[in-house]
Design a protein around this ligand. Structure first.
Ligand code: XMP
Length: 514
């Protein structure tokens, strides 16, 4: 494996830690996140060009709060402390940190901040801008040798530095988007202070991950449930590149996919010598779903049936050593949130139970964010249509057909959805809408076609803009585009005689209708 310059992110339990790592990678510097407990010998052996202390939920003066060895400050390596990390450094080097007694000295959220741009850390930044704060503690005494390089109205020491020793600390979070100039500040730390060369790319990530997978898998057999979504496709491409025909990808076509979906996925993997098993399970799924109209019931049936089909295929392969899952970093965060209410039970092919007899799970995308996964997919040569795919729910069209599901309804919806997507792409709107699809409502209404009366289905169109899919706004698709879509669908798809556009945001609605 090639050796790159490395920045170590020492994790003190903050919620944005992987985001820090991601920002460092964006600046083409290789980066690893390690626990604050990592022994000093190990840190020394890693030979980092810089160390970043993350934020964390504790207070440094609390007993049992996470601390690292003070020898870190003797390595001769620049250190950047963020929030808790800043306070920890201040305390370790002789400063004093206390709870902010005055409520106004606690700062949460967007805060106007003023920077000393003669500091290397703030070089090229505007002298003032919004930063994102989240701290209830206060540096009552700054350690000797440090000077103040940023402040806010409430707090005189938003940033501290000892340029000679290469120690820098900020109370705010440069890694979040709300902080204006945050990314530039991290860039300055890497390039002005740690003298990074910028020797890391997604191509390197890909190469190194492939090498690591090869080493782990050896001559073992690998199984992957391919949904056709971005994450499982990119995971499959990585594994295909790493272990070729030791990999079996199982793609279960439940008959509720979008038009041409199965062929597109199969074609994308044609260039690799892997075992691609495409299971046509339409009849089986539609049989189980016949007469079922309650949304959660539909989801459960599909989730369970999926597992049954997958299980049967796995048995045919025989003993499997490794199971691959396309878990990405936001899934890891979301699943850690605890007791939030279940709005919908999500079915993902990732959530397979322990029926398959395998040794280990491989999650090669666990540390990446969605756009990084897309970049990696391109790097591996997956076609753009697959890499840029909008999300598609595991239960597929089943939760876009309101009421009971029949093959006829699924075919109608598939066709209408295809026209919708085709026209949106032709209008150049596909990259501006986060997710868009058609829903076959269970409502029929009277229309007139030619000279005759019709009594047919109402189709709803849904388009949303969102960054995280937790909240969303309805997309302002131009009337002319909506008009073209409407005219085409009622003309080309039998039994649809009325089209409506969904103009509710999430909340109160959800993105999918079921
Ligand atoms: P909702 O409808 O909850 O959807 O606002 C949020 C996002 O999640 C997708 N979604 C699913 N994805 N399995 C999935 O993999 C599911 O069961 C599922 N249900 C909803 C939905 O398409 C949207 O992007």
């Amino acid at each position: 494996m090639e050796k790159h310059q490395l920045v170590l992110v020492l994790d003190f339990g903050g919620q944005y830690n992987q985001l820090i790592a991601r920002r460092v990678r964006e600046h083409h510097v290789y980066c690893e996140v390690k626990s604050y407990k990592t022994p000093i010998e190990e840190i020394r052996a890693m030979n980092p060009i810089g160390i970043i202390f993350t934020g964390g939920p504790n207070s440094v003066y609390e007993e049992n709060s996470p601390h690292c060895s003070n020898e870190i400050f003797e390595l001769g390596v620049p250190v950047l402390g963020i929030c808790y990390g800043c306070q920890l450094m201040a305390q370790a080097l002789g400063g004093e940190v206390t709870a902010a007694t005055d409520a106004s000295a606690r700062e949460y959220g967007k805060t106007m901040t003023y920077y000393d741009t003669t500091s290397k850390l703030f070089k090229g930044l505007p002298t003032e801008g919004i930063s994102w704060m989240s701290h209830g503690d206060y540096m009552a005494k700054v350690p000797e040798g440090f000077k103040l390089t940023a402040h806010s109205k409430m707090c005189p020491n938003v940033a501290i530095e000892d340029e000679t020793r290469g120690f820098y600390g900020v109370q705010y979070h440069p890694e979040v988007n709300h902080t204006i100039g945050g990314s530039q500040m991290l860039y300055n730390f890497l390039y002005e202070i740690c003298h990074a060369k910028g020797d890391w790319t997604m191509g390197d990530y890909s190469k190194n991950t492939i090498a690591a997978i090869r080493e782990k898998v050896g001559s073992g057999k690998v199984l992957l449930a391919l949904s056709g979504g971005v994450d499982s496709s990119v995971a499959a491409a990585l594994l295909a590149e790493a272990v070729g025909n030791q990999l079996t990808c199982v793609f279960v076509d439940h008959g509720l996919m979008r038009k041409d979906e199965g062929d597109e996925v199969e074609n994308a993997f044609g260039k690799w010598d892997i075992n691609f098993v495409r299971v046509d399970a339409e009849e089986r799924f539609l049989g189980k779903l016949a007469g079922v109209s309650e949304p959660e019931h539909k989801r459960k049936i599909i989730g369970e049936e999926f597992i049954r089909v997958f299980e049967e295929e796995a048995k045919k392969i025989g003993r499997v050593d490794f199971l691959v899952q396309g878990t990405i970093y936001p899934d890891v965060i979301e699943s850690g949130l605890g007791d939030s209410a279940t709005i919908k039970s999500h079915h993902n092919v990732g959530g397979l139970p322990d029926f398959v007899d395998f040794k280990e799970i491989i999650e090669p995308l666990r540390l990446l964010f969605k756009d990084e996964v897309r970049e990696l997919g391109r790097e591996l040569g997956l076609p753009n249509y697959l890499v840029m795919r909008q999300p598609f729910p595991g239960p597929g069209l089943a939760i876009r057909i309101i009421g009971d599901i029949t093959k006829e309804k699924a075919d109608l919806l598939r066709e209408a959805d295809y026209i919708f997507r085709d026209e949106i792409a032709k209008a150049g709107w596909d990259s501006q809408i986060s997710q868009y699809f058609a829903v076959l409502t269970n409502m029929r209404s009277v229309g007139v076609m030619g000279d005759g009366r019709t009594y047919d289905y109402t189709l709803a169109l849904r388009g949303v803009t969102t960054t995280d899919f937790m909240t969303a706004d309805w997309a302002r698709i131009p009337y002319e585009v909506l008009d073209r879509i409407s005219v085409r669908i009622v003309n080309e798809v039998k039994h649809i005689n009325r089209i409506v556009y969904d103009i509710t945001s999430k909340p109160p609605a959800t993105i999918e209708w079921e």
